[in-house]
Write a protein of this length. Structure first.
Length: 225
């Protein structure tokens, strides 16, 4: 498990899209810093990655709490050095209708989906700017384009993460930093056009492409899109 690259930090790690994205970046030679709330699941994931010869560590934190997230990011840097890649995947499904959504739950969901992404970007971007390279990637969703009254907070959250990503892309491209969002316009399911590993390929393609605000968003409508 030799390390020649800075880590890929996956915030909101779990099975599905973020798990497939982590595997994709591990195959590219990036050590993995996995951040999620569930310590037991993190430990199991790290054990599995180690068994495959992949350098990985887990850091338990709620991405919706700025202090806890910052502490986890500091610990990841202490373990692996400055990050080369961020993938922000944290979000929460909370069903509607809109007027049944309380301000408290709405605020908490927004902090998890959007504010945590800003916290992570602010923590990691300065070192990337100093190095003249790095990638910030954000998991978007079709709700950003087609909001649903049955998913009010997530619709607003995905619209927010999309806007944040596009603004960061414009701000950081002159510094050589790639920023992008994969807007997943469909239901993620294994064995379909929206299989996690196919979506992970879209993340990897964004990472490999040159910094350009004009191509900061990939709207994933199924494999081959």
């Amino acid at each position: 498990m030799t390390q020649s690259k800075g880590p890929a930090i996956i915030i909101g790690y779990g099975p599905g899209v973020s798990g497939a994205v982590a595997e994709a970046f591990a195959k590219e030679g990036y050590p993995l810093a996995l951040i999620a709330r569930d310590t037991a699941k993190l430990d199991a994931a790290v054990t599995a990655f180690h068994a495959s010869g992949i350098a990985a560590r887990g850091f338990a934190a709620d991405a919706g709490h700025a202090t806890a997230l910052t502490t986890a990011l500091d610990a990841a840097r202490d373990a692996f050095g400055d990050a080369e890649v961020l993938v922000y995947n944290a979000a929460l499904w909370r069903p509607g209708p809109v007027l049944a959504t309380t301000p408290e739950s709405f605020d908490a969901d927004f902090q998890l989906c959007v504010t945590g992404a800003l916290v992570a970007a602010r923590a990691l971007a300065p070192a990337m700017i100093a190095a003249g390279r790095g990638t910030l990637l954000f998991t978007g969703g079709g709700l950003a384009l087609y909001p649903s009254p049955q998913a009010p907070s997530l619709s607003v959250g995905k619209a927010g993460i999309r806007a944040l990503a596009l603004m960061l892309a414009a701000e950081l491209a002159p510094s050589g930093i790639r920023v992008g969002t994969v807007t997943i316009a469909g239901e993620v399911a294994a064995g379909t056009a929206f299989a996690p590993e196919k979506i992970a390929d879209a993340f990897l393609a964004l990472h490999r492409s040159p910094p350009d605000p004009a191509t900061a968003e990939v709207v994933f409508r199924g494999s081959g899109s």
